[in-house]
Design a protein around this ligand. Structure first.
Ligand SMILES: Nc1nc2c(ncn2[C@@H]2O[C@H](COP(=O)(O)OP(=O)(O)OP(=O)(O)O)[C@@H](O)[C@H]2O)c(=O)[nH]1
Ligand SMILES: [Mg+2]
Length: 372
């Protein structure tokens, strides 16, 4: 069986990974390539998986643990995509709070799976608003240990991809590109706007033509890394909503603005909050990212809304929230927001509801040397 090209696109929560996966997959499929995607999270019921499952895209989900702590689950997902669709290319999105991927994923894959896979340089995506703060020794709107993870992600990248350049002027984009390159001189630094479709082909060309992957191994303090993950509360919930002739787009918008007000009024910092409202085949998505309370002027566009769910008698809502607070508090906050914002004639049935704090990372493999 032919080899599959594996592209890992990591980077912090909300950096733009899923949006890029979608955009890149569409382009590769237009060239006639068979493309598989892998999503990853600490718990099932992912907004990302739902967004990506469309237009013939095959998506495998590794849920319940990050790729590095469930290396075999990740390998199984790759195997499934190779056998089900004979994938030419697989693009995988690790959990946004995950670091040390070179030592725990890229190099182990090179050692044990090089007959089936050609592994691309490790790409780390970075949202320019957070990145700018991190480059200036700020906290990127994050707890200092979460900011530590952010820095470590950049440090191990073979390719750093600065995202969302449509939110910057040409001068700002040039400046952040050059200061990132100065700070991380051994990485290839590139810019991209998945929204405007700019830089996607250049990135695909870069990662599809090179085979130097996982060239750097981190010196990383696992206590700080574990704490940086543990400051985030994680909530994944799915609800079945019913009510006569409800406009589900309005409901989605109301829930997200209530969530944003609750997060802001309690001075909490949001990693990423994602909502998807599905109504038959139609759906709308809303995201809240980069709630940088200290530098509100730096917010790119904290709430986004796209798609259309429409008017109907029922809908399904998936909530994925990662916010710097205890999972118990996040549970309460989201419950209160739902009570406040669901319309009076709407009944809800909770299908799944999990809130948790990510456990200490305990990778299946951790290499001390790079594999040639
Ligand atoms: N303006 C702009 N917004 C973008 C772009 N790419 C992604 N976004 C927005 O950034 C937010 C986060 O994007 P995602 O692709 O979900 O980010 P992610 O890295 O997958 O996030 P996690 O899965 O939580 O780690 C969404 O609101 C996107 O619409 C871009 O090129 N330009
Ligand atoms: Mg994502």
């Amino acid at each position: 069986m032919k080899k599959t090209r594996l592209i890992l696109a990591g980077g912090f929560l909300g950096a733009g990974k899923t949006t890029l996966l979608w955009e890149a997959a569409k382009r590769l499929m237009a060239e006639g390539k068979r493309v598989g995607l892998v999503t990853n999270d600490q718990a099932p019921e992912l907004v990302d998986t739902r967004i990506l499952q469309g237009d013939g895209l095959k998506v495998e989900e590794v849920a319940g643990s990050c790729f590095c702590c469930n290396f075999n689950g990740f390998v199984d997902a790759i195997k499934n995509l190779r056998s089900d669709i004979v994938a030419d290319v697989i693009i995988a999105e690790p959990v946004g709070s995950c670091a040390d991927l070179s030592a725990t994923i890229v190099n182990p894959l090179k050692k044990y799976h090089s007959t089936e896979l050609t592994i691309s340089p490790l790409t780390v995506l970075a949202d320019p608003a957070r990145l700018d703060s991190i480059l200036q020794n700020g906290d990127g709107g994050l707890h200092e240990d979460a900011a530590y993870i952010y820095r470590k992600q950049l440090e191990e990248a073979d390719v750093i991809l600065i995202t969302k350049t449509d939110t910057l002027t040409k001068e700002q984009a040039d400046m952040i590109l050059s200061s990132t390159q100065q700070t991380f001189p051994t990485a290839k630094v590139m810019t991209i706007s998945s929204a405007a479709g700019e830089g996607v082909d250049e990135w695909l060309q870069e990662v599809s033509s090179r085979t130097e992957a996982g060239t750097k191994l981190l010196d990383i303090d696992y206590d700080r890394y574990a704490h940086g993950e543990a400051v985030l509360g994680w909530l994944n919930g799915t609800l079945h909503l019913t009510g006569e002739g409800i406009c589900w787009d309005d409901v989605l918008q109301d829930i997200m603005s209530e969530l944003a007000s609750a997060i802001t009024s309690e001075s909490l910092r949001a990693g990423h909050v994602k909502l998807i409202m599905e109504c038959g085949k139609d759906y709308a998505v809303s995201n809240l990212t980069g709630a940088d309370n200290q530098e509100p002027g730096k917010l790119t566009n904290p709430i986004t809304l796209r798609g259309k769910a429409g008017v109907a008698d029922e809908a399904k809502l998936i909530i994925n929230a990662r916010v710097e607070t205890s999972p118990e508090h996040l549970d309460q906050l989201v419950r209160n927001v739902l009570i406040e914002s669901l319309p009076g004639n709407c009944q809800e049935e909770v299908l799944t509801w999990r809130y948790l704090q990510p456990g200490r990372p305990n990778p299946t493999h951790r290499f001390n040397e790079t594999v040639q």
